[in-house]
Write a protein that binds this ligand. Structure first.
Ligand code: ADP
Length: 886
């Protein structure tokens, strides 16, 4: 087959495509982006557009598909979501400039990858959009992580020497849209650098990076890039060159700097421009915020799983921010609750201040509302992709700065005073924009009319000339009418024919010989004259000269504004904090939250706590207390039937702790929160079918992770542990876990419907609580009140009845239960309540005293002296209790 491309255009295409083998090439031809060959096949499938071919009738017809250029922003996200990169190849000159058969000059102006989007319409305003890189140094046992939001310029790095757990937890919070990894140069590598891979493929890579990296990569787009980006020297050089620092290297030699340098180098290579909006690289120390696993964030419904289902999440409830920057910061604060009390108290004081000053808060929020996303706007301006209206929006935002500062003057919380210190109104920038641009410019620079009259003398002159020219045209029209005697003669302009004289059919006889025919219509003819042609040439020339002058002036303005990127970013940061503090004050005010006492006491005392999301939606919500203070009361065994409110109660406590450590007020009458270093939760059952794990396996895997991480300062939520297996297995595992966790000393809420576990109360540090229900033989009413002590019954059949199971089933279940209850119990490792109350039966059916049952099950050779003493104390108290009862 002859593959030599027939046309110069195709030769140009192939040359450019060869430079971008890893991206789908959007090749601009007139008003369309066209895709050819494999790109066309891939893209037409994803975009659901028709696949046709060039030179259809030939043997080697080239597959082709295309989209209108103005619709590109609708199509690009679909390709990005499918993990592809898109290379935008534009026409770099006007058609008029090219002579002969040569194609227009074309260049790839940008490669858009899933993690490097800067288009406003493709980004969620209140979400960061990160691309991340990982680098590891096996010798030093270090893992470096770097992440960048190109749309805001936010660029950070972290170094972990604690292994993957730490990185994993940070990774979950960053939630990057794309990850770059060095292409591994091993014999088994089959992929070219630059290609995107499916995360599952990573499992087959060399062991050093396989399993862990694959688990991080899950669900996101992974791009293998040339390992040269990750070469420590090259990475460092990228940082040094970008930040214009000298030999004294402020970034260090560790793996985090390698990751950052590699990331910067890679993003620069896709962007083909100086990334002047990246003004700083911040070191983000790990371990300074509460650890919050992705599972816990999910269990607590902190964030929506999809964009449509936001209500019911904590984010939805707390998000009263009015700026996009405040919205992004809220997410960050929610993901990084603090563990040091001082900064928490600082935030609380600021929220309290804004809470108490209703008038100031209202005024402040009125101004904040008018502040558009200055952080993303200045980024777009610096990256050279802004349109006139972006500048107007920026200037509108900046003009609010003095007013915001004015409203905040009545406030006195130290954090707010810090924010107000050396407040920068950026007045020159507003003035620069106002001096150059018209107040209401057209959406695109190409339309012209963007630069204000009086800004550029040369532009003014051209505009004057154009205006005069138009007047001269009316004059020409008048003269020609007189000369020819045709009153209806018109001089007009249209695209693409230009200026013409139109004469209707009936007057054609009067047309003078010097008229040159241009176009024939049904009832008229269009002409031109030498004079009109000259006029036209001058006017068209003036219009294009004016347009390029406007473009130059606009670019110069953008460049001048970009010089101030750092100042704008700093003010954006302050606005974000003020907006968020005011939002937290607003929520606190509206839902009657209180300021919790946050300290290092290690206690958890909550009076009349409410579940933030539920209590807000449910009027009859029942508030509940929590009372944990290790070592005396560290682990609460919470019993009660299904649906009685156990999970809600546990989640509510965790949410209150999380909100408190963010610096927010909390839904309670009062609360004292001894800071927790992490919230570890195992709540609810979810099968993980994608990983081929059963509910029980997922539960056990999560449980083992929790036990590995828990410390005496942690908060553990364990809900229905052991539910996924048989009763006795489950109960035994549950008990063993209680015993283990108790020894760690972490504040723990352990919900179970195995009322048999309540006897563990005898262990030091363990206490019982249960959910109150009112029940007779048939009916059950959940009172949703948590009270001290254990329950004796499961009420499973009551709940089944409530759920609407057919009456026959309920009746039959009751029969079976009665029969079971009359049967001798099988041997148990855990004494049941009946056993504890002296009603237990031994294998031969005779009732045995629970102390006897317990003694029978004991293996003295495997007890420590301390355990023996504890058990003895427990048995003695049980024996005495029975004596008193008798
Ligand atoms: P469990 O974990 O005991 O099975 P849940 O915590 O899932 O029960 O609660 C079941 C339902 O009960 C919830 O969906 C909620 O509507 C309601 N509920 C829970 N706690 C309360 C409460 N304190 N006040 C009012 N309704 C509640």
């Amino acid at each position: 087959m002859d593959t030599t491309p027939a046309t110069p255009l195709m030769r140009q295409y192939l040359k450019i495509k060869a430079e971008h083998p890893d991206a789908i090439l959007f090749f601009r031809v007139g008003d369309f982006y066209e895709m050819f060959f494999e790109d066309a096949t891939t893209a037409s499938g994803i975009l659901q557009i028709a696949l046709t071919s060039r030179d259809k009738n030939k043997d080697n017809a080239v597959p082709l598909c295309g989209i209108p250029h103005h619709a590109a922003s609708g199509y690009i996200p679909k390709l990005l979501n499918a993990g592809h990169a898109v290379a935008l190849c534009e026409q770099m000159e006007e058609a008029a400039a090219v002579k002969g058969g040569a194609p227009l000059r074309r260049e790839v102006v940008r490669v858009i990858t899933p993690g490097t989007i800067i288009e406003t319409e493709l980004l969620s305003p209140k979400e960061h959009h990160y691309i991340a890189a990982l680098a590891w140094d096996a010798r030093e046992e270090q893992v470096g992580l770097a992440w960048l939001d190109l749309s805001t310029g936010d660029f950070r790095m972290s170094l972990s020497t604690q292994g993957w757990d730490e990185i994993e937890s940070e990774w979950a919070r960053i939630n990057p849209r794309e990850m770059i990894l060095p292409e591994v140069q091993s014999r088994d590598s089959v992929r070219p650098a630059g290609d995107s891979v499916h995360p599952a493929e990573l499992r087959h890579r060399p062991p050093k990076m396989s399993a862990q990296v694959a688990s991080l990569a899950e669900d996101r787009s992974v791009r293998l890039v040339s390992p040269t980006f990750f070469a420590p020297e090259a990475a460092k050089a990228a940082l040094v060159a970008h930040f214009k620092v000298h030999a004294a290297d402020p970034f260090g030699d560790d793996a985090d700097a390698v990751a950052a340098g590699a990331l910067l180098g890679y993003v620069q290579s896709t962007h083909k421009a100086t990334l002047s909006n990246i003004s700083a690289l911040r070191t983000h120390p790990l371990g300074q915020s509460m650890r919050l696993s992705a599972a816990t964030a999910r269990h607590l419904a902190l964030f929506p799983v999809s964009r449509e289902r936001a209500s019911g999440t904590l984010l939805h409830l707390l998000d009263r921010t009015l700026t996009a920057m405040g919205g992004r910061l809220l997410k960050e604060w929610m993901l990084h609750p603090l563990v040091a009390t001082d900064p928490i108290i600082q935030r609380q004081e600021a929220v309290a201040d804004l809470h108490d000053h209703l008038a100031a808060r209202t005024a402040l929020r009125l101004h904040l509302q008018k502040i558009s996303d200055m952080e993303r706007l200045i980024s777009r301006i610096s990256l050279g992709v802004s349109q006139p209206r972006d500048l107007i929006a920026l200037s509108g935002a900046l003009s609010m700065l003095p007013r915001v500062a004015q409203c905040a003057t009545v406030l006195s919380a130290p954090l707010i005073l810090q924010l107000l210190q050396s407040w920068d109104n950026l007045t020159e920038m507003t003035e620069q924009i106002a001096a150059a641009l018209v107040p209401d410019p057209p959406p695109s620079l190409r339309e012209g009319g963007v630069i204000r009259d009086g800004h550029l003398a040369e532009l003014d002159a051209l505009r004057h000339f154009q205006k005069e020219g138009r007047m001269q045209l009316s004059e020409i029209e008048r003269n020609e009418r007189q000369r020819t005697g045709i009153d209806s003669l018109k001089v007009r302009y249209n695209q693409p024919f230009g200026y013409y004289i139109e004469v209707s059919e009936s007057h054609l006889a009067k047309v003078p010989p010097d008229y040159i025919r241009k176009q024939t219509l049904t009832h008229a003819e269009r002409f031109t004259t030498t004079a009109l042609r000259e006029m036209e040439a001058r006017l068209v020339g003036a219009a294009s000269a004016a347009l390029s002058l406007e473009k130059e002036a606009f670019d110069a303005l953008c460049k001048a504004l970009s010089q101030q990127v750092l100042r704008v970013q700093e003010m954006a940061r302050r606005i974000a904090i003020l907006d968020l503090l005011a939002a937290l004050a607003e929520v606190a005010h509206q839902h009657h939250y209180v300021r919790p006492v946050v300290n290092e006491s290690g206690v958890l005392h909550i009076i009349d706590g409410r579940h933030p999301q539920l209590s807000h939606m449910q009027e009859d919500f029942v508030p509940n207390d929590a009372w944990l203070h290790p070592p005396a009361r560290a682990l609460m065994i919470l019993t009660g039937p299904n649906m009685a409110g156990k999970s809600t109660y546990m989640r509510q406590i965790a949410l209150i702790v999380l909100m408190a450590q963010m610096g927010s007020f909390v839904p309670a009458k009062s609360a004292t929160i001894g800071v927790v270093d992490q919230i570890l939760s195992r709540v609810g059952a979810e099968d993980d079918l994608t990983r081929g794990m059963s509910t029980f396996m997922v539960e056990m895997v999560e449980m083992s992770q929790i036990l590995r991480h828990a410390t005496a300062r942690s908060l553990l939520l364990l809900d229905e542990i052991g539910r996924g297996t048989s009763t006795y297995d489950g109960m035994s595992i549950a008990q063993a876990i209680v015993e283990y966790v108790r020894a760690i000393g972490a504040r723990t809420l352990f919900a179970t419907h195995y009322h048999e576990l309540t006897h563990l109360e005898s262990l030091p540090g363990v206490c019982n609580a249960h959910t109150l229900v009112q029940a007779d033989d048939d009916e059950i009413v959940f009172l949703r009140k948590i009270v001290a002590g254990g329950t004796q019954r499961s009420f499973g059949i009551h709940v089944a009845r409530l759920a609407g199971l057919p009456a026959e089933i309920i009746q039959r279940a009751r029969q079976l239960l009665d029969a079971h209850e009359e049967e001798p119990s099988p041997p148990r490792q855990i004494p049941s309540d009946e056993e504890e109350n002296g009603a237990a039966r031994s294998l031969d059916g005779r009732a045995a005293h629970p102390v006897v049952v317990a003694l029978r099950q004991m293996d003295p050779l495997h007890l420590t002296p301390l355990q023996a003493l504890q058990i003895l104390t427990h048995l003695v108290s049980q024996a005495r209790e029975d004596f008193h009862m008798a």
